[in-house]
Write a protein that binds this ligand. Structure first.
Ligand SMILES: O=C[C@H](O)[C@H](O)[C@H](O)COP(=O)(O)O
Length: 219
């Protein structure tokens, strides 16, 4: 199976976590696109979705799935989203599609984060994938220096403006040995909107697609 087929496989597998009549949290990315398509084809009627990006909103709406504003719900049972990397604890790097801020907001509403990914995303330690950080543009140079002090090289993602009007730094060269401490530290730097380490909002379940089918990891 190629990577696209694995994404379709885990997108379909995530339907097991969806209940009719529910409002669910929906992430962003090519794997989530597969989930949205699978949901639309499944015949399961949900009450609606809280979406983490304009991209997912458009796809949900195209399928006739109602999209609710985050402020219209007090909580969600489940949030389904992909990841750029996930480790054996359910800690993740996210934001390859620049949607990390809204993703963390929707994840914060949810009781359970179900990550859907192909097996290439499972890593022994986070940091090989360039870490996305959404920032306030005027802080770019200072934040670049701060990451350099940690051994990282930050590059502004050219031409990208997030759904929130922010910019994205992609940081290479970091070894993230303690994701929780790293997230807490970087979150405090002025100008950081969201760091793409999801440790406080880690996955509780990961549906990992590989040659042998879908493996369910729980954390
Ligand atoms: O900003 C984008 C998100 O964090 C995505 O969930 C992540 O990049 C994974 O995307 P994909 O499923 O396309 O690999």
């Amino acid at each position: 199976m190629n990577q696209d087929q694995l994404k379709q496989l885990v997108g379909r597998a995530a339907l097991d976590y969806v209940r009719p009549g529910q409002v669910l949290g929906v992430g962003t990315g090519s794997t989530v696109d597969c989930f949205i398509d699978a949901l639309a084809a499944s015949g399961i009627t949900v009450a609606g979705a809280v979406s983490s990006s304009e991209r997912s909103t458009q796809r949900l709406v195209r399928h006739g799935i109602p999209v609710l504003d985050a402020s219209e719900v007090t909580g969600l049972t489940v949030y389904i989203d992909g990841a750029d990397e996930i480790d054996a604890n359910g800690f993740m790097i996210k934001g390859g599609g620049a949607a990390l801020t809204r993703e963390k907001i929707v994840a914060d509403l949810a009781e359970r984060f179900v990550c859907i990914a192909d097996e290439s995303k499972l890593v022994p330690a986070l940091g090989k994938f360039p870490l996305p950080v959404e920032i306030i543009p005027m802080a770019a140079a200072q934040l670049t220096r701060r990451f350099a002090a940690l051994g990282g090289t930050a590059t502004l993602r050219a031409g990208v403006v997030t759904d929130n009007g922010g910019h994205i730094l992609d940081v290479t060269g970091l070894v993230i040995t303690d994701p929780l401490a790293f997230e807490t530290e970087v979150n405090q730097w002025p100008g950081v909107v969201t760091v793409g380490v999801f440790a406080r909002h880690k996955a509780q379940v990961c549906l990992l697609g590989g040659a042998g089918g879908v493996k369910t990891l729980t954390f």
